[in-house]
Design a protein around this ligand. Sequence first.
Ligand SMILES: [Zn+2]
Length: 450
Amino acid sequence: MKRYFLLLLIFLISYSTKAQDLTIDPKMYGIIEAVSADRLEADIRTLAGFGTRHTMSDTTSDTRGIGAARRWIKSEFEKISEACGGCLEVREQRTLVEGDPDSRIYEDTWVVNVYAILKGKTHPNNYIIMSGDIDSRASDIRNYTIDAPGANDNASGMAGAIEAARVLSNYEFENSIIFAGLSGEEQGLYGGRHMAEMAKEEGWNIIGVLNNDMIGNIEGVDGVIDNREFRIFSEPYSAQATERELQMKRFYGGENDGISRQLARYIYETTQTYMPEMDPMLIYRLDRFGRGGHHRPFNEAGFPGVRIMEAHENYHRQHQDIRVENGIKYGDVIEGVDFNYARKMTAVNAVALAAMAEAPPKPDEVEIGGAVEPSTTLRWEKSESESVKGYKIYWRPTSAPLWQHSRFVGDVSEFTLEGIVIDNYLFGVSAVGKNGHESVVAYPGGLIRD
Ligand SMILES: [Zn+2]
């Protein structure tokens, strides 16, 4: 009897936390193990050691300012590439932002992103992006000379992207991965906007942007200390949804099933699958309350993107001049970073990146039908990709946050779920690869009309 209850409990726990039922790939455990807390510590110390990385700070010194920081990041990517026989394309994106006395960039400034591309062997134009930020700030956003080590905000995310590049450059993937250092975040999300514009111009097919912003602090300003929890922020659906799309949502649902939210659920699930010791929180919100981050400009360009970050923030350590006031230490200094937590967070990213980089393209043109019928039909366009084994239909009750039920239906382009009434569930379709990896779930964008 006892055992029965235990089994029931295990079933209920796994049932309630499962979103997508992914096939286990043993190489993921090697990827997790390869992420090094020591290397992350060294890189975060180096980045904080540039004194300030304010977007408008000095670019000529070799020891201080954002110029020194970005040259160092570039040289790290180049070193990684050398070690893997030139597997990374290391690039800079330089954009001149004209100074505007009323804006946070009040003198002409080159905003420079530094990034490395690990080209996919099957679908090189399909990209997953892991980003951190190069720049930092202190109390006064306009002060570009005062110390702003930005150890957690956001040397932690930047170091995470470099370390993920070190680890994943030892593998080959179906899709491309970009490890990006973005600039101008604190001044108004410039670097992300520039990269999103470039992606649109060059026609990148972005599977997802994993924007890492503060992944090293475990000690909240509220006194909570936790080295397992973290947050995945996602907007509900595109802010660029057309009038017609909004109307579709009103009558058919989908206000909780945008592309970024599906991406967030996917990362939640890769974490649950490969790093059950971690405790991801899906936050169904674009970003923290009223605050911004570099995934937003990608969202605004129509790309799926989420913010990944620690669960417990410490505001005394963010955007603060280094000082002691009333016995409280302020400033984003190295002592506020837990390198082992940054390691786990980097591994969370690496696993999600690797899973998406191995997955076939998600199904296109997914349509749904079944009103006033005791069944639900899904139809989609079959992918031309050779790597697809078949498709999997997901469904869940309308009030459930995660996908709950799934059925692999084979290599078909249409399937009817008998006995499932469309009114009571939400539905989606993923593509499953011959290698067992699975795409992000695609939510229906139209109705079956025949
Ligand atoms: Zn910040």
